[in-house]
Write a protein that binds this ligand. Sequence first.
Ligand code: FES
Ligand SMILES: [Fe+2]
Length: 359
Amino acid sequence: MDQVSKKIDLVENTEIPNLFPKNQWYVCALSKELSTEKPLARTVLNTNLVLFRHHNGQAVALEDRCCHRALALSCGTIEDGGIRCGYHGLLYNETGKCIEIPGQEKIPTKAKVKAYPIQEKNKIIWFWYGSDEHPTPNSEPPEYAIHDDARYVYDGDVYHYDAPYQLIHDNLMDLSHLGYVHLKTIGGNANVHMNAEMKVEQEGNTVKVVRHMPASEPPPTYQMAYPFKDKVDRWQEIVFKVSHITIWTGAVDANTDKLDDPQRQGFHMRGFHGITPETETTSHYFWTIATNPSDPEKAEELKATVVQQTKDTFDEDRIVINEQYQNMLKIPNQNMIDIHVDVAANRARRIIKELLQAS
Ligand code: FES
Ligand SMILES: [Fe+2]
């Protein structure tokens, strides 16, 4: 069977019964991407959406296909009442109902497009990927309070990957690659990363990884962002959930604070990573990075530095992951071996596999 075939687990090389875990909230956009000016075309989970902000402020997701002659609605324009198709002018409201056909009084009841359940929360637009049993949400979207926390400044971006979403999970769940892939930014000594003590815990469909690297050299990004005196005690805490991963990293001057104190000082970076399959072989990666300015006067400057360093870091990941997938296609259907750093990534894979089998 072809490696790009729909139902193959790329690591285990086994067949899987479904493409993506159902009954989950996935990120379909960052709030800042939606405007009342211009519609946004985006495919998530093989669903073609036009996303826009209604003039009343509401985020809207409709099927990106006009019911008249099938032009993408994302080629149209946003108006007071909704979105107008750019071909013959049908106007749709936020529920997908056609409310105006220029030059024709009667609007057929069939003149409508599908509206999808989305919700905006903490500056993130969440898309409900339901099932026959739960076509509408049976839970609230996840909470990500950092985006609304005045102690932090943040920004982010959306990256497109020509690779399946689970390769991005693997990458984020294994931070041992920092010492090889990210030497110019958040890396540091490869041996320190590979040998860092790692604690992995699982509760339901959540996996938590905690790594501590005491008395290590602060890497370039840290030195740029915070006046560390010398060596630092460094931490990484990763929390995996089915549709997104949060990573809290940072450092304090060595021996000044306890790394398990939630109120610890020092330099913090809090990453949000929404990983949403676009198709079975391509993905969207919605990321933001937040940090705590030690000097409020320099908050904007610090944000710019941290966001740029993060972009550089994720560009490095993108190159590796895209190359990795291309090589998997070039030399397909091979088994892989596991090493010690794979524990957390394998837990995440098992959770996805079980959800795919259950749905
Ligand atoms: S194709 Fe949209 S109005 Fe004709
Ligand atoms: Fe990375």
